[in-house]
Design a protein around this ligand. Structure first.
Ligand SMILES: CC(C)(COP(=O)(O)OP(=O)(O)OC[C@H]1O[C@@H](n2cnc3c(N)ncnc32)[C@H](O)[C@@H]1OP(=O)(O)O)[C@@H](O)C(=O)NCCC(=O)NCCS
Length: 159
């Protein structure tokens, strides 16, 4: 019997929640995804403290390759996507869509009625992704939404 040739294994990224031990890796991932405006570590830490259930990551076994973070205010009818990022080497492979679909599934299960998010109006890959999931944009960009010069488009999805 002839031996099969060695094949390059394609590692499946595991979608999972996070624990405190992941925070350093999460901060590293966030800095790669948002080099110009990463969350300060203490903000990320406190977001984890407040929203641990809706902070999901993609793990290749050695490093985190993507994350999504959702916050739900106390009345629990509307949630906000607070962060979505994929490492550069893993973009364009369906991981952003996978994280969004899972988080939307969980929000539906929690009977959240609407999801909102802000996006840089120049960030066409992200806007395309959200539009393909059914999000619609407000007609006008909100000038200076995150401070001087940081305009944002607000997008919403009814669940
Ligand atoms: C935006 C981002 C999360 C998308 O993640 P991704 O894993 O690369 O996206 P996917 O492979 O799941 O693609 C899903 C959809 O996004 C859109 N998209 C992704 N990359 C795109 C690109 N370069 N140009 C246009 N549309 C793109 C497409 O609609 C795509 O659907 P399709 O594959 O059926 O065409 C990723 O590019 C990223 O991390 N960017 C830096 C951080 C960021 O901008 N986050 C969003 C902040 S609001």
């Amino acid at each position: 019997m002839t031996a099969l040739p060695a094949r390059r294994s394609v590692r499946q990224l595991r979608l999972r929640g996070v624990g405190e031990a992941d925070l350093d890796a999460l901060a590293h991932l966030d800095r790669e995804a948002f080099p110009d405006e990463p969350y300060p570590y203490f903000v990320l830490r406190q977001l984890y403290d407040v929203y641990p259930r809706h902070l999901l990551v993609l793990d290749d076994g050695t490093a985190l390759k993507g994350y999504v973070l959702v916050g739900t205010p106390p009345d629990a009818t509307r949630s906000w996507i607070l962060g979505l990022g994929i490492t550069r080497d893993e973009r364009g492979r369906g991981h952003g869509r996978r994280l969004m679909l899972e988080v939307l599934r969980r929000l539906r299960a929690d009977r959240v009625r609407e999801v909102c998010l802000t996006v840089d109006p120049a960030n066409l890959p992200a806007i395309d992704l959200y539009a393909s999931l059914g999000f619609t944009a407000e007609p006008d960009v909100r000038a200076d939404y995150f401070g001087p010069g940081a305009d944002r488009l607000i997008m919403r999805l009814t669940l």
